[in-house]
Design a protein around this ligand. Structure first.
Ligand code: ATP
Length: 283
C-alpha cells in the first residue's frame, strides 16, 4: 500500500473552562470537546526519504512549523523508522479558527502513518505521542465526544452526541491561541463553567439543555477585541439557534439547531456578514 486518502475532522468545544496557569507554563483545562463533520482531506504517499508537504491554503506553513511535519518527525523518532512521506493537505477547516484544524491534520497523519508503516501502535500510544506535539491532538485521535482535563490529554469518552446540526460562522481573522491565553484574566473569578452539568446533559442526549448551557471562558477576551463575535452569537439566537458560543480560542462562532429550516435561514442571513459559513453535524 503506497497511498492513503484520509478525512481529518474539526472540533468544537461545547463548554470550555481554563482553571489556572500551571508551573510548567501550560493552562489546566476543563472542557467538553465534540468532533464535527467539517473536514480537511489528507493524502499520504510513501516516499523514500524526507517529507514533502503541499497545501491548497496559502496561510499554512509547508515546513517544520506544520503540525503534520511534527507528527511525522515525532513518530519517526519514537519508532526509529527512517521513511519519508509526501503529504497533501486539502483544507476546508478555517485556519487558526478555534476548530483544531492543524491538530486534526496531525492526528490524521499519526493514525495514517501507523497504518502505512504497519506499526500497530494502540490508540493510547498514538495519543501519548500526539500530546507531545499539541494539546488538542489526543482528542482528535479519539474523536466523538469527550470530557478533557489536564492540557487536553486526560480524556473521558462520553455518550454518542452525534447528528446534531451546527452552524459555523468564521469572520476570517486568524486568532492565535497564544494571544488569547496571554490576555485571559483568570484571577478573582468566583464562577466556574459547570462542566459536570454539561456532561450529564450530553449523557442524556438532551440537546436543548446542552445548547442553553454552553459556555466558553475565553469568549470575553476575544469579544473585547472583536465585538462582531458577540453580534454573530446574538444573530444566531435571533434566527433560531438553541444556543451559540465561540469555539476554542476563536474566532469561529457556532450555534446548535434542532430545525433544518431555521439553520438554513440563519445561514442565509449571516452569509454576507461573515467570511465563511458552514452547516455541519456532530459526529
Ligand atoms: P486550536 O483550536 O487547536 O487552537 P486552531 O483551529 O485555532 O487550533 P489551526 O488551524 O490548527 O488553529 O492553526 C493554528 C496555526 O497553526 C496556524 O496559524 C497555522 O499557521 C499553523 N499550522 C500548522 N500546521 C497547520 C495545519 N496542518 N493546518 C492549519 N494550520 C497549521
Amino acid at each position: 500500500m503506497g497511498e492513503l486518502l484520509l478525512e481529518s475532522y474539526g472540533k468544537i468545544n461545547l463548554a470550555l473552562d481554563v482553571l489556572y496557569k500551571r508551573d510548567d507554563g501550560y493552562h489546566e483545562l476543563n472542557t467538553i470537546m465534540q468532533q464535527i463533520d467539517i473536514m480537511d482531506k489528507v493524502i499520504l504517499r510513501n516516499r523514500k526519504k524526507g517529507i514533502k508537504i503541499e497545501c491548497n491554503e496559502g496561510d499554512v506553513p509547508l515546513n517544520e512549523n506544520n503540525l503534520v511535519y511534527k507528527a511525522w518527525e515525532k513518530l519517526s523518532q519514537k519508532t526509529g523508522i527512517d521513511k519519508g512521506v509526501h503529504i497533501i493537505l486539502d483544507k476546508k477547516i478555517p485556519v487558526a479558527g478555534g476548530l483544531a484544524g492543524g491538530s486534526s491534520n496531525a492526528a490524521t497523519v499519526l493514525k495514517g502513518l501507523n497504518t502505512l508503516w504497519n506499526l500497530n501502535l494502540s490508540q493510547g500510544e498514538l495519543r501519548e505521542i500526539g500530546v507531545e506535539i499539541g494539546a488538542d491532538i489526543p482528542f482528535c485521535i479519539m474523536g466523538g465526544t469527550a470530557h478533557a482535563k489536564g492540557i487536553g490529554e486526560k480524556l473521558t469518552k462520553l455518550n454518542n452526541f452525534s447528528g446534531k446540526m451546527v452552524l459555523l460562522a468564521n469572520i476570517g481573522i486568524p486568532i492565535s491561541t497564544a494571544f488569547v491565553y496571554g490576555n485571559l484574566k483568570l484571577d478573582n473569578r468566583n464562577t466556574r463553567v459547570d462542566i459536570d452539568k454539561m456532561v450529564k446533559y450530553i449523557e442524556d442526549d438532551d440537546l436543548p439543555n446542552v445548547a442553553r448551557n454552553m459556555e466558553n471562558i475565553m469568549e470575553k477576551t476575544v469579544i473585547k477585541r472583536y465585538p462582531i463575535i458577540d453580534q454573530i452569537k446574538k444573530a444566531m439566537i435571533e434566527y433560531g439557534a438553541l444556543g451559540s458560543i465561540m469555539s476554542g480560542s476563536g474566532p469561529t462562532v457556532f450555534g446548535l439547531f434542532d430545525d433544518e429550516e431555521k439553520i438554513h435561514r440563519c445561514k442565509e442571513r449571516l452569509e454576507n456578514k461573515v467570511e465563511k459559513i458552514y452547516i455541519a453535524r456532530t459526529i
